[in-house]
Design a protein. Structure first.
Length: 107
């Protein structure tokens, strides 16, 4: 089980992820096109891989908004990891998680 600090960090980063997607979608709606972005263009306290995932997700939401003729606002916080960075041990899953306090911690 994650510690209280780790749990807080996961909660914060999952909220930041959703906020970032909504911000990027808003920019795309203003520009009336899907923007070509990289992790350097995203101002968020997240690892670059997560920033890149948020860009992909924002493009998907933007394309969907054009089809349904309204802009959805994401609200549910989510955690995403890929198959390259986790380990299964007994009854736990370990994956790297960075924060300002702990740059190379495992949760």
């Amino acid at each position: 089980m994650p510690t209280k600090n780790q749990e807080k960090h996961l909660t914060n980063i999952s909220k930041e992820y959703i906020k970032t997607i909504n911000t990027l979608v808003s920019k795309m709606v203003q520009e009336e096109q899907a923007l070509k972005l990289s992790s350097k263009d995203v101002q968020a306290s997240m690892p670059s891989a997560v920033k890149n995932q948020s860009i992909r997700e924002a493009k998907s939401v933007y394309r969907r908004s054009k089809k349904i003729k309204r802009v959805p606002v994401l609200k549910k916080p989510v955690c995403i990891w890929n198959n390259q960075n986790y380990r299964i041990k007994e009854n736990t899953i370990e994956f790297p998680c960075t924060s300002m306090e702990n740059q190379n911690g495992l949760l």
